[in-house]
Design a binder for this molecule. Structure first.
Ligand SMILES: NC(=O)c1ccc[n+]([C@@H]2O[C@H](COP(=O)([O-])OP(=O)(O)OC[C@H]3O[C@@H](n4cnc5c(N)ncnc54)[C@H](O)[C@@H]3O)[C@@H](O)[C@H]2O)c1
Length: 247
Protein backbone atom coordinates (compact mmCIF):
# COMPACT_ATOMS: atom_id res chain seq x y z
CA UNK A 1 0.00 0.00 0.00
CA UNK A 2 1.30 3.47 -0.90
CA UNK A 3 1.54 6.21 1.73
CA UNK A 4 0.49 9.81 1.26
CA UNK A 5 0.72 12.85 3.52
CA UNK A 6 -1.71 15.74 3.02
CA UNK A 7 -1.35 19.02 4.92
CA UNK A 8 -4.47 21.11 5.38
CA UNK A 9 -6.33 17.79 5.37
CA UNK A 10 -9.11 19.12 7.62
CA UNK A 11 -9.89 21.83 5.06
CA UNK A 12 -12.22 21.89 2.06
CA UNK A 13 -9.71 20.98 -0.65
CA UNK A 14 -7.30 18.94 1.51
CA UNK A 15 -10.05 16.65 2.84
CA UNK A 16 -11.26 15.99 -0.73
CA UNK A 17 -7.71 15.11 -1.82
CA UNK A 18 -7.33 12.78 1.17
CA UNK A 19 -10.69 11.13 0.47
CA UNK A 20 -9.88 10.54 -3.20
CA UNK A 21 -6.40 9.21 -2.37
CA UNK A 22 -7.88 6.74 0.11
CA UNK A 23 -10.31 5.52 -2.56
CA UNK A 24 -7.31 5.00 -4.85
CA UNK A 25 -5.73 2.74 -2.23
CA UNK A 26 -3.40 5.09 -0.34
CA UNK A 27 -2.87 5.06 3.42
CA UNK A 28 -3.28 8.76 4.16
CA UNK A 29 -1.67 10.85 6.90
CA UNK A 30 -3.97 13.79 7.64
CA UNK A 31 -1.88 16.76 8.79
CA UNK A 32 -3.68 19.83 10.12
CA UNK A 33 -3.68 22.35 12.98
CA UNK A 34 -7.45 22.02 13.49
CA UNK A 35 -7.48 19.00 15.80
CA UNK A 36 -11.25 18.73 16.18
CA UNK A 37 -12.03 18.85 12.46
CA UNK A 38 -9.15 16.45 11.83
CA UNK A 39 -10.80 13.79 14.01
CA UNK A 40 -14.07 14.18 12.06
CA UNK A 41 -12.24 13.83 8.73
CA UNK A 42 -10.28 10.81 10.00
CA UNK A 43 -13.54 9.09 10.97
CA UNK A 44 -14.82 9.46 7.40
CA UNK A 45 -11.72 8.32 5.50
CA UNK A 46 -10.65 4.68 5.35
CA UNK A 47 -6.99 3.93 6.05
CA UNK A 48 -6.30 7.39 7.38
CA UNK A 49 -4.50 8.58 10.46
CA UNK A 50 -4.85 12.07 11.92
CA UNK A 51 -1.59 13.88 12.59
CA UNK A 52 -2.23 17.13 14.48
CA UNK A 53 0.54 19.51 13.50
CA UNK A 54 1.64 23.11 13.20
CA UNK A 55 3.49 23.14 9.89
CA UNK A 56 5.37 26.32 10.85
CA UNK A 57 7.23 24.35 13.54
CA UNK A 58 9.96 21.91 12.53
CA UNK A 59 9.55 20.04 15.84
CA UNK A 60 5.82 19.64 15.39
CA UNK A 61 6.33 18.32 11.84
CA UNK A 62 8.99 15.88 13.06
CA UNK A 63 6.59 14.56 15.70
CA UNK A 64 3.86 14.07 13.04
CA UNK A 65 6.27 12.21 10.73
CA UNK A 66 7.45 10.00 13.60
CA UNK A 67 3.82 9.13 14.35
CA UNK A 68 3.12 8.31 10.68
CA UNK A 69 6.15 5.97 10.90
CA UNK A 70 6.37 5.17 7.15
CA UNK A 71 8.34 7.01 4.48
CA UNK A 72 5.65 8.70 2.39
CA UNK A 73 5.47 7.98 -1.33
CA UNK A 74 3.71 11.30 -1.81
CA UNK A 75 3.19 14.64 -0.09
CA UNK A 76 0.56 17.26 -0.88
CA UNK A 77 1.17 20.67 0.70
CA UNK A 78 -2.35 22.05 0.88
CA UNK A 79 -2.45 23.95 4.22
CA UNK A 80 -2.96 27.66 3.73
CA UNK A 81 -4.44 30.78 5.25
CA UNK A 82 -5.43 34.26 4.10
CA UNK A 83 -5.67 37.47 6.15
CA UNK A 84 -7.66 40.07 4.25
CA UNK A 85 -6.88 43.77 4.41
CA UNK A 86 -5.31 46.42 2.26
CA UNK A 87 -1.54 46.66 2.48
CA UNK A 88 -1.43 50.06 4.20
CA UNK A 89 -3.57 48.81 7.07
CA UNK A 90 -2.28 45.25 7.32
CA UNK A 91 -0.62 44.36 10.63
CA UNK A 92 2.89 42.96 10.35
CA UNK A 93 1.74 39.95 12.40
CA UNK A 94 -0.97 39.10 9.84
CA UNK A 95 1.48 39.42 6.95
CA UNK A 96 3.97 37.27 8.82
CA UNK A 97 1.40 34.57 9.69
CA UNK A 98 0.44 34.15 6.04
CA UNK A 99 4.05 33.92 4.85
CA UNK A 100 4.80 31.50 7.69
CA UNK A 101 1.96 29.07 6.98
CA UNK A 102 1.82 29.29 3.18
CA UNK A 103 5.51 29.54 2.31
CA UNK A 104 7.67 28.64 5.32
CA UNK A 105 5.31 25.76 6.22
CA UNK A 106 5.58 24.37 2.69
CA UNK A 107 9.39 24.59 2.97
CA UNK A 108 9.54 22.92 6.41
CA UNK A 109 7.23 20.01 5.57
CA UNK A 110 8.73 19.45 2.11
CA UNK A 111 12.32 19.36 3.39
CA UNK A 112 11.43 17.11 6.33
CA UNK A 113 9.69 14.68 3.98
CA UNK A 114 12.22 14.99 1.12
CA UNK A 115 15.03 13.84 3.46
CA UNK A 116 13.13 10.58 3.96
CA UNK A 117 12.26 10.29 0.25
CA UNK A 118 15.91 10.87 -0.68
CA UNK A 119 16.97 7.91 1.48
CA UNK A 120 14.39 5.79 -0.28
CA UNK A 121 15.33 7.15 -3.72
CA UNK A 122 11.80 8.11 -4.77
CA UNK A 123 8.93 10.43 -3.94
CA UNK A 124 6.37 12.83 -5.30
CA UNK A 125 5.46 16.29 -3.99
CA UNK A 126 2.54 18.49 -5.05
CA UNK A 127 2.32 22.05 -3.70
CA UNK A 128 -0.99 23.92 -3.81
CA UNK A 129 -0.46 27.54 -4.87
CA UNK A 130 -3.19 29.77 -6.37
CA UNK A 131 -3.87 31.86 -9.46
CA UNK A 132 -3.19 34.76 -7.06
CA UNK A 133 0.44 33.65 -7.11
CA UNK A 134 0.63 33.87 -10.89
CA UNK A 135 0.42 37.55 -11.85
CA UNK A 136 -3.14 38.03 -10.54
CA UNK A 137 -3.04 39.32 -6.96
CA UNK A 138 -6.51 39.87 -5.54
CA UNK A 139 -7.12 43.29 -4.04
CA UNK A 140 -7.04 43.58 -0.21
CA UNK A 141 -5.60 40.11 0.25
CA UNK A 142 -2.53 41.07 2.27
CA UNK A 143 0.43 38.71 1.88
CA UNK A 144 -1.57 35.95 0.17
CA UNK A 145 -0.47 36.52 -3.45
CA UNK A 146 3.17 37.07 -2.47
CA UNK A 147 3.15 33.86 -0.41
CA UNK A 148 1.61 31.84 -3.26
CA UNK A 149 4.04 33.26 -5.85
CA UNK A 150 6.72 32.05 -3.43
CA UNK A 151 5.20 28.56 -3.43
CA UNK A 152 5.46 28.39 -7.24
CA UNK A 153 9.10 29.45 -7.23
CA UNK A 154 9.95 27.20 -4.27
CA UNK A 155 8.39 24.27 -6.15
CA UNK A 156 10.59 25.01 -9.17
CA UNK A 157 13.68 25.14 -6.98
CA UNK A 158 12.73 21.84 -5.29
CA UNK A 159 12.32 20.27 -8.73
CA UNK A 160 15.84 21.38 -9.71
CA UNK A 161 17.48 20.18 -6.51
CA UNK A 162 15.53 16.98 -5.88
CA UNK A 163 14.86 15.55 -9.37
CA UNK A 164 18.12 13.61 -9.29
CA UNK A 165 17.04 12.06 -5.96
CA UNK A 166 14.04 10.51 -7.69
CA UNK A 167 11.65 13.08 -6.22
CA UNK A 168 9.18 14.64 -8.63
CA UNK A 169 7.81 18.09 -7.65
CA UNK A 170 4.97 20.10 -9.19
CA UNK A 171 2.58 22.87 -8.18
CA UNK A 172 -1.12 23.39 -8.83
CA UNK A 173 -2.74 26.83 -9.01
CA UNK A 174 -6.48 26.62 -8.39
CA UNK A 175 -8.78 29.42 -9.56
CA UNK A 176 -12.33 30.09 -8.26
CA UNK A 177 -13.14 27.05 -6.10
CA UNK A 178 -16.34 26.54 -4.12
CA UNK A 179 -14.69 25.00 -1.06
CA UNK A 180 -12.88 25.80 2.16
CA UNK A 181 -11.66 29.37 2.55
CA UNK A 182 -13.65 30.58 -0.51
CA UNK A 183 -16.94 28.75 0.07
CA UNK A 184 -18.54 31.85 1.61
CA UNK A 185 -18.27 33.73 -1.73
CA UNK A 186 -20.63 31.25 -3.37
CA UNK A 187 -23.47 31.32 -0.85
CA UNK A 188 -24.94 34.49 -2.37
CA UNK A 189 -26.41 33.49 -5.78
CA UNK A 190 -25.81 36.98 -7.23
CA UNK A 191 -22.11 36.89 -6.34
CA UNK A 192 -21.87 33.31 -7.61
CA UNK A 193 -23.41 34.24 -10.97
CA UNK A 194 -21.07 37.22 -11.29
CA UNK A 195 -18.04 35.02 -10.71
CA UNK A 196 -19.31 32.26 -13.03
CA UNK A 197 -19.60 34.89 -15.75
CA UNK A 198 -15.91 35.75 -15.35
CA UNK A 199 -14.83 32.16 -16.07
CA UNK A 200 -14.50 31.26 -19.78
CA UNK A 201 -16.16 27.86 -19.17
CA UNK A 202 -18.85 29.64 -17.09
CA UNK A 203 -18.59 27.58 -13.94
CA UNK A 204 -17.01 27.62 -10.51
CA UNK A 205 -14.57 24.81 -9.75
CA UNK A 206 -14.91 22.24 -6.97
CA UNK A 207 -12.47 20.61 -4.58
CA UNK A 208 -12.80 17.47 -6.71
CA UNK A 209 -11.50 19.39 -9.75
CA UNK A 210 -8.29 20.00 -7.77
CA UNK A 211 -8.13 16.48 -6.31
CA UNK A 212 -8.34 15.02 -9.85
CA UNK A 213 -5.22 16.90 -10.94
CA UNK A 214 -3.40 16.06 -7.70
CA UNK A 215 -4.04 12.36 -8.32
CA UNK A 216 -2.80 12.71 -11.90
CA UNK A 217 0.43 14.32 -10.65
CA UNK A 218 0.90 11.61 -8.01
CA UNK A 219 0.40 8.86 -10.58
CA UNK A 220 2.78 7.36 -13.15
CA UNK A 221 0.55 8.86 -15.86
CA UNK A 222 2.46 12.10 -15.23
CA UNK A 223 5.91 10.50 -14.84
CA UNK A 224 7.58 13.06 -17.19
CA UNK A 225 5.89 16.13 -15.66
CA UNK A 226 8.33 17.85 -13.30
CA UNK A 227 8.77 21.44 -12.11
CA UNK A 228 5.44 22.54 -13.57
CA UNK A 229 2.72 24.79 -12.19
CA UNK A 230 -0.59 23.46 -13.48
CA UNK A 231 -3.32 26.10 -13.51
CA UNK A 232 -6.77 24.65 -12.78
CA UNK A 233 -9.12 27.58 -13.26
CA UNK A 234 -11.52 27.08 -16.17
CA UNK A 235 -9.49 29.61 -18.15
CA UNK A 236 -9.73 32.62 -15.80
CA UNK A 237 -6.00 33.40 -15.89
CA UNK A 238 -6.12 33.86 -19.67
CA UNK A 239 -9.28 35.93 -19.74
CA UNK A 240 -7.91 39.42 -19.11
CA UNK A 241 -8.72 40.62 -22.66
CA UNK A 242 -11.96 38.62 -23.00
CA UNK A 243 -14.19 41.57 -22.16
CA UNK A 244 -12.84 43.97 -24.78
CA UNK A 245 -15.07 42.46 -27.44
CA UNK A 246 -14.48 42.66 -31.19
CA UNK A 247 -16.88 42.56 -34.11
N1 LIG B 1 -10.66 27.56 -1.90
C1 LIG B 1 -10.15 28.23 -2.94
O1 LIG B 1 -10.85 28.90 -3.68
C2 LIG B 1 -8.66 28.20 -3.22
C3 LIG B 1 -8.20 28.77 -4.40
C4 LIG B 1 -6.84 28.76 -4.67
C5 LIG B 1 -5.96 28.17 -3.78
N2 LIG B 1 -6.42 27.63 -2.62
C6 LIG B 1 -5.45 27.00 -1.72
O2 LIG B 1 -5.85 25.67 -1.47
C7 LIG B 1 -5.42 25.27 -0.17
C8 LIG B 1 -6.60 24.71 0.60
O3 LIG B 1 -7.55 25.75 0.79
P1 LIG B 1 -9.04 25.49 1.30
O4 LIG B 1 -9.92 26.32 0.49
O5 LIG B 1 -9.29 24.04 1.44
O6 LIG B 1 -8.95 26.21 2.75
P2 LIG B 1 -9.31 25.69 4.19
O7 LIG B 1 -9.22 26.88 5.09
O8 LIG B 1 -10.59 24.92 4.18
O9 LIG B 1 -8.12 24.66 4.51
C9 LIG B 1 -6.84 25.07 4.93
C10 LIG B 1 -6.41 24.17 6.08
O10 LIG B 1 -5.07 24.52 6.46
C11 LIG B 1 -4.99 24.32 7.87
N3 LIG B 1 -3.88 25.08 8.46
C12 LIG B 1 -3.79 26.43 8.60
N4 LIG B 1 -2.66 26.74 9.26
C13 LIG B 1 -2.01 25.56 9.54
C14 LIG B 1 -0.81 25.25 10.22
N5 LIG B 1 0.00 26.20 10.76
N6 LIG B 1 -0.47 23.95 10.33
C15 LIG B 1 -1.26 22.97 9.83
N7 LIG B 1 -2.43 23.23 9.17
C16 LIG B 1 -2.79 24.51 9.05
C17 LIG B 1 -6.34 24.83 8.38
O11 LIG B 1 -6.61 24.33 9.70
C18 LIG B 1 -7.29 24.32 7.31
O12 LIG B 1 -7.88 23.08 7.68
C19 LIG B 1 -4.81 26.52 0.48
O13 LIG B 1 -3.39 26.45 0.34
C20 LIG B 1 -5.37 27.65 -0.36
O14 LIG B 1 -4.53 28.77 -0.34
C21 LIG B 1 -7.76 27.62 -2.32
Amino acid sequence: MKNLLVTGAAGGIGSEIATYASKKGYRVGLMDANHEKLKEVEAEIENSISLPVDITSEESVKHALDTFAETPDGLVNCAGIVRFGNLLEQQVKDFEDVINVNLLGCFIVSCSVARLMKEKGSGNIVNISSISGGKHPAIHSGAYAASKAGVVMLSEQMSLEWGKEGIRVNAISPGFIDAGMSAEHYVDPVERKKREGMVPIQKIGSAKDIANVVMFLLSDESSYVHGENIVVDGGVMNSVLANIGRN
